[in-house]
Design a protein around this ligand. Sequence first.
Ligand SMILES: NC(=O)c1ccc[n+]([C@@H]2O[C@H](COP(=O)([O-])OP(=O)(O)OC[C@H]3O[C@@H](n4cnc5c(N)ncnc54)[C@H](O)[C@@H]3O)[C@@H](O)[C@H]2O)c1
Length: 246
Amino acid sequence: MRLKDKVALITGAGQGIGRLTAMTFAREGARVVVADINMTSAQATATAIEQADGRAKAVFLDVSRPESVDAAFQSLSNWADGLDILVNNAGITRDARMQKMSEEQFDAVIAVNLKGVWLCAKAAVPSMVARGGGSIINAASIVGLYGNFGQTNYVAAKSGVIGMTKTWARELGPSGIRVNAIAPGFISTDMIATVPEKVVEGMRERTPLRRLGRAEDIANAYLFLASDEASFITGVVLSVDGGLLF
Ligand SMILES: NC(=O)c1ccc[n+]([C@@H]2O[C@H](COP(=O)([O-])OP(=O)(O)OC[C@H]3O[C@@H](n4cnc5c(N)ncnc54)[C@H](O)[C@@H]3O)[C@@H](O)[C@H]2O)c1
């Protein structure tokens, strides 16, 4: 077991990549805090983990609200001694071309995908420092590296996540805390359900491995970065994109 008895909190773990990551971590021996703004789906993930003989706790969390982040991390102390792994996975899209994008669309994505990552990392660090180390993994995106049509807000947030990852790797490394990011390509989840089929087909054609990613492709990369196998890796942005030529 690669995460035996580690305590992991995964944001946005009610569905998609986060759910698969929670289930993968639990299978590898971690105690998993399944945190999501959607408590029904968070509870469903936790129940699925328990039915597979894993250990999980569902927690309500809105990553964009400091008081919700504080409450979620405080509720953890009744269940576990501290935290070893944080996966900042929660994310949203509100796509529009730059000139048509509203301030509301811009602010909503920055609040969840950028500020939320900072708030959760900030809440996790004291416990990791007390335990002598930890692993923080942030959800970036290949569009954070290359830009993307219609995603000013999302690209700004994901580029920012990459910058924060590299900054925190420097700041937290001396405390034994590793900080890395994953940059997924196109992954089959609800998030891309609204993308027109023509665009999805174009992405598939430009991907050398000729398929979309699956949630488990990302979950497995999170598992590697969370585990001790990656104990000398910090500050990296690992693309998991089938070689997509953007
Ligand atoms: N699917 C892709 O192709 C793709 C590509 C690159 C990056 N990503 C990133 O991976 C992450 C997961 O994507 P996904 O495809 O599984 O998305 P998804 O939409 O399937 O799931 C996102 C989860 O986040 C939760 N969430 C939303 N707002 C929240 C908030 N304020 N607080 C807490 N939880 C919240 C949702 O309830 C949901 O459970 C996101 O950060 C996304 O940007 C996805």
